[in-house]
Design a protein around this ligand. Structure first.
Ligand code: 8YV
Length: 332
């Protein structure tokens, strides 16, 4: 008798080719309407599923996991960050959790670099000017002056895959690379990037022109850039965040930019997504910040590769092997 296909619940619509492959391989329950599922719907899903494929828009908390049926053995996240999943509880219940690292590194690093440039070089401001009501009165030597990139100090928080990919790009733009990380990077990487390691985040912050957040959101990194730490930064410095909103005390950041205690920020992620702090919106209208709707990894190629990773993780697990992208307690 042919083996029964695993029941795989996918919470959001995925690229067509990924969904087609999932239909072939699994008893896939897809979300054709692409509406985010409620906590009740997620609880219903984990009751019946063998595998759940959530995304960042799903909160897989204790309450949802408490409803998990005996068949749920794998949560194969479509995404790298897993801070929307109570991984510790899942693991304690014998549920394996996987993610999709590696395939969105270059895309996120590209967008991080775009945000690093956007605020100091007034990119969004210049672009909206031409489509605004007022007409452009022509070039002038003292008009639309931004800040030069070359020679400035970039402080990267989190020198993992994405942090290093950002550093490579930034180095090509003439920025000096500094970083803070739980561990010092390998000597060859430091050498390649000519990077300076700061064990003390406080000390690094006080000396940077631009700070880029590239670490995951974990209990240890929640509000890592607290009001106290933001105050250590130079008033003419900028912050870029393509990691998770929760790593920065967003309220304090907005207040400080408003008060000219920081020069500006480029943000792709927010504490209460999809809601945006009204103070940040006001600052965006005044061109002090550039805000993007969590789109740093949004390329067709990236989404396809993420889907492939999810499929490989499920398939390997179902074949009785260790899936390649397991989330381990040491990563939390
Ligand atoms: C993804 C992300 O688009 O992978 C991540 O951690 O933040 C995003 O770039 C999203 O998480 C998909 O679930």
């Amino acid at each position: 008798m042919p083996k029964k296909k695993p029941l795989v619940v996918v919470t959001r619509r995925l690229p067509d080719m990924v969904e087609t492959r999932m239909r072939e391989l699994f008893d896939a329950r897809l979300n054709v309407e692409d509406r985010a599922m409620s906590q009740t719907e997620l609880a219903e899903a984990v009751k019946m599923a063998d595998v759940l494929v959530p995304t960042i828009t799903d909160r897989i908390d204790n309450g949802v996991l408490a409803q998990a049926g005996p068949n749920l053995k794998l949560i194969a996240n479509f995404g790298n960050g897993v801070d929307h999943i109570d991984v510790a509880t899942a693991l304690a219940r014998g549920i394996t959790v996987t993610n999709t690292p590696g395939v969105l590194t270059e895309d996120v690093a590209d967008m991080t670099m775009a945000l690093i440039l956007a605020v100091p070089r007034r990119l969004a401001e210049g672009s909206t000017l031409l489509t605004a009501e007022d007409e452009w009165h022509g070039w002038s030597p003292t008009w639309m002056l931004g800040k030069r990139m070359a020679g400035k100090r970039l402080g990267i928080i989190g020198m993992g895959r994405i942090g290093s990919a950002v550093a490579r790009r930034a180095k090509a733009f003439g920025l000096q690379i500094h970083y803070h990380n739980r561990r010092k990077a390998a000597a060859d990487l430091e050498e390649e990037l000519e990077a300076t390691y700061w064990e003390s985040l406080d000390q690094m912050l006080a000396r940077m022109d631009i700070v880029s957040v590239n670490c995951p959101h974990t209990p240890a990194t929640y509000h890592l850039l607290s009001a106290r730490r933001l105050k250590l930064m130079k008033p003419e410095s900028y912050i870029v965040n393509t990691a998770r909103g929760h790593v920065i005390d967003e309220g304090a950041l907005a207040r400080m930019i408003e008060a000219n205690e920081l020069a500006g920020a480029g943000l792709d992620v927010f504490e209460e997504e999809p809601a945006i702090n009204p103070k940040l919106l006001k600052l965006a209208r005044n061109h002090k910040v550039v805000l993007l709707p969590h789109m740093a990894s949004a390329t067709s190629e990236g989404r396809f590769d993420m889907g492939e990773k999810v499929i490989v993780n499920i398939k390997t697990f179902m074949d009785g092997h260790r899936p390649p992208d397991r989330v381990l307690p040491s990563m939390l």
